[in-house]
Design a protein around this ligand. Structure first.
Ligand SMILES: [Zn+2]
Length: 376
């Protein structure tokens, strides 16, 4: 079988001090937009560098828990002049926001763009004709998103209960800075949900119809690092070495799924996030065990997959996920204010093209219902 593995990004592993040096160098460049959070600036004493960015825009991601069409339209108003580069240091939403600016700027009137125009340009894929996207430097401050490794961004449309993807070859960051130290201050629940997201990326990449040997090797490394070190991080949140292991595991998972995309767990998760606000990482891992049980006979090198988990059966994996999360968030739909009668409505919205059909077997509505009822 022919396959390629392609990630055209320069990766650099930095300490916080090395990141500061790079940021300092970049302050001499013209018109760079930095997107980050006040929390991050304060926690790492970045104020003197931020001051040097001077007139260049700095947006704060306090409200960026999910990237939706309103937020894109509102935030664009702050960017009048076209930036030469965007530096995004934050979680997946922050990096996705940089990708939205990069792909949509050409279609704004000096930064003005309506919500309707945002929806139209994304759904019609007009952004693919953009020949002047803005280069991005990305640095993930959570160990899980994978957005620093991929060429797509997720955009939520709460007005129309839809989830969109902006997806273009030009959206690979030109550089990604890996800075595990930045995750030291990540709260417990976010540490859990982002790591579970990364585990889902690794598993789904492993069993995706478009998997390959490099993807599977990266996935196994990601799984074994996260499975070993996530419980240790949750016991000892400021341990730099444990944090680094989970961060690098999430990075390998990001590389793996950047070449395959995700499958049924992500597809089923979208309405859970859209309708009930379940955080992404928890929404995807809710069904991981049930999807695995149905996929397992179709997974190539399933024995090696189990080895990476230090598991002998699919049930061991489900138990591990339940155990690691139970003191922080019980992973059952009923814990998130979902009513049993909501399940019918969820099923209709779980079939996302390019995700559900990327699963090694195609689930019908009855199977999705069984999965959702089992995790209720
Ligand atoms: Zn994900």
């Amino acid at each position: 079988m022919d396959w390629v593995f392609n990630v055209p990004i320069k990766f650099y592993e930095y300490t916080v001090d090395e990141m500061k040096l790079r940021l300092n160098e970049l302050t001499s460049e013209e018109n760079i937009v930095l997107i980050t959070s006040k929390r991050l600036i304060q926690a790492n004493d970045l104020e003197p560098i931020i001051d040097k960015f001077g007139k260049n825009f700095t947006l704060f991601d306090e409200s960026l828990t999910s990237l939706d069409t309103h937020l894109i339209s509102n935030y664009f108003k702050q960017i009048r002049e076209k930036p030469n580069m965007i530096i995004a240091i934050g979680g997946g939403t922050t990096i996705d926001f940089a990708k939205a600016i990069s792909s949509l700027y050409e279609y704004t009137d000096n930064g003005e763009i309506t919500i309707g125009e945002v929806v139209d340009i994304i759904t019609s894929k007009k952004y693919l004709e953009n020949t002047n996207p803005i280069p991005i430097i990305a640095s993930s401050t959570t160990a899980g998103t994978g957005s620093d490794c991929t060429k797509w961004a997720t955009v939520w449309d709460y007005d129309n209960t839809k989830k969109y993807s902006i997806d273009a070859d030009y959206l690979y960051p030109t550089e990604s800075w890996l800075i595990p130290e930045l995750t030291i201050t990540l709260p417990k629940k976010l540490t859990l949900s982002t790591a579970l997201d990364a585990l889902s990326h690794a598993c789904e990449a492993y069993w995706s119809v478009s998997t390959n040997k490099i993807v599977q090797t990266l996935s196994r490394d990601a799984i074994s690092m996260i499975v070993e070190y996530l419980p240790l991080v949750l016991e000892d949140m400021t341990n730099e070495e444990y944090r680094r292991k989970v961060y690098m595991g999430a990075f390998f998972a990001g590389l793996a799924f950047s070449n395959t995309r995700t499958t049924a767990c992500h597809s089923i998760s979208y309405p859970l996030t859209l309708l009930f606000g379940i955080p992404h990482g928890l929404a995807v891992s809710l069904t991981l065990g049930e999807v695995l049980k149905r996929n397992k006979e179709y997974i190539e090198d399933y024995d090696l997959f189990l080895d990476a988990w230090k598991a002998t059966t699919a049930d061991d994996i489900t138990s591990w996920i339940d155990d690691v999360s139970k003191d922080i968030q019980v992973l059952k739909l009923s814990e998130f204010d979902v009513k049993r009668e909501d399940i019918e409505n969820i099923i209709d919205l779980t079939f996302t093209g390019g995700r559900m059909d990327n699963n090694p077997i195609i689930f019908n509505e009855k199977e999705i219902k069984e999965i959702l009822e089992t995790v209720y």
